[in-house]
Ligand binder design. Sequence first.
Ligand SMILES: Nc1ncnc2c1ncn2[C@@H]1O[C@H](COP(=O)(O)OP(=O)(O)OP(=O)(O)O)[C@@H](O)[C@H]1O
Ligand SMILES: [Mg+2]
Length: 507
Amino acid sequence: MEPYLVEMRGIHKQFGGIKALDGVDLCVRKGEILGLLGENGAGKSTLMKILTGVHQADTGEVLFEGREVRFQSTHEAYSLGISIIFQEFNLCSNLSVAENIFLGKENRKHRWFLDYRNQYKQAGEIFRQLDVEVNPLSPVRCLGVAQMQLTEIAKALAVNPKLLIMDEPTSSLSEVEIEKLFSIMKDLKSRGIAVIFISHKLEEVLEITDRVTVLRDGKNAGDIDTSKASRERLITLMVGRSLDDLTAPDRVKPEKEEPVMEVEDFSGPPFVEGVSFTLHRGEILGFAGLVGAGRTELAQLIIGYTKKKRGILRLEGRDTDIKGPVDAVKAGIAYLSEDRKNLGLNLAMTVRENLTMCIHDRLRRWLVLLDQKMERRRANNLVEKLHIKIDTLEQLTRNLSGGNQQKVGFGKWIATEPKVLILDEPTRGIDVGSKAEVHRIICRLADEGAAVMVISSELPEILKISDRIVVMHEGRVTGRFTRQEATQENIMSAAISTAEVKKGVCI
Ligand SMILES: Nc1ncnc2c1ncn2[C@@H]1O[C@H](COP(=O)(O)OP(=O)(O)OP(=O)(O)O)[C@@H](O)[C@H]1O
Ligand SMILES: [Mg+2]
């Protein structure tokens, strides 16, 4: 058997009053794909940040190739061959894709000149290997979330690492890209490179890993060969008990079909072309499609974040002109963005501030004073309802784990009790137990009368909660299904179909 490439022993890490890691061990061999699992806030990202020199452990030791190491910076870790794709993107939005990939490890022609041409060529080569379409010349600010994710992956591969750590690399990718990523991981494995793979999608973990290490509340909860693992076994290790009720309740479709939002012939070239649909009261309408199908761009046209070229929006029968996100909130449309860092949350604000910032109008006494007691009560309710793991409401949102930040973003919008709720990848980065909870909450909001539009790259999620499903491909609608008609197969074939559908057809 290969010797251990990395051994972490008895790692402790405390942030103020929060014990993030309490004596954790983790080992990985050369050529091994190790899954790292645990609920939101279990300590996975923190452990990986210690391994890569972002944080320093309070106590405990790390051995790399048998030698003790104590990295003070990510640079030190990189130089030994440890590469990480962080859960949150770390890209400079004004630089091009290729410049980002080679940032800090630039190709030089002579001593002073950067060899841009070679960088673009190499970046193109990495994307060709990955078999995905990303233009190395494009500025990162013009990319969608999936392309940013692919850029992060390319950046990590560009250094020819000995160990590659992937902290939820698939959370913004659709199944086609995930398959491509998996074949790259298998190739790395065959070349003796070790991979640590963090994901909340248990099927992925069961498919690609050799062994799984599970954390629970900052401690080791188990270590298991993937060949002996099952979904149930992994869940039991993660949450400490079996979760039998992971499914959303069966939905009863509302009897009367009252249109709440009608979108007619929306176009915002080049991403959206002639899209029409009607969203009814109490309905969950799923939007399926591959990455780049134009679903997020459609949502952003609806809320006025980007300007449409053509199209009519009717809310409860009235033509409505929405000029920007503020108008959208006033009109009762809430949009949970897939990109929580830029469009969703203010990470420098506290959990309380984020949760209540959209409902300040309703929390005022005598028009000016904020009713702080009421504000705290509302925020606490949301924390409880969504099982957000925090120390206090006054904690900075930045310091929450990724999944818990996602829940805060979700809570902020449900607090507004919107008429139309547009959710873009609502369970991105959320653990299995909480995911079922989020699904239940979405269904409950629909039962209470909200009209919900759910964009998700996870087909099982779409199939589980939607009443009807719209499929998009390259900016156009290529399929419409009722819950009964929809299957994984017919949705996928519509998602890759190039057949044009007639413009302006409503369902
Ligand atoms: N910089 C920080 N300051 C304060 N607390 C922190 C900081 N970083 C992490 N924590 C806390 O440490 C705990 C573990 O967080 P971590 O991000 O490692 O979880 P995770 O397992 O990666 O979760 P997720 O699946 O949601 O990404 C959490 O309670 C989190 O709030
Ligand atoms: Mg994390």
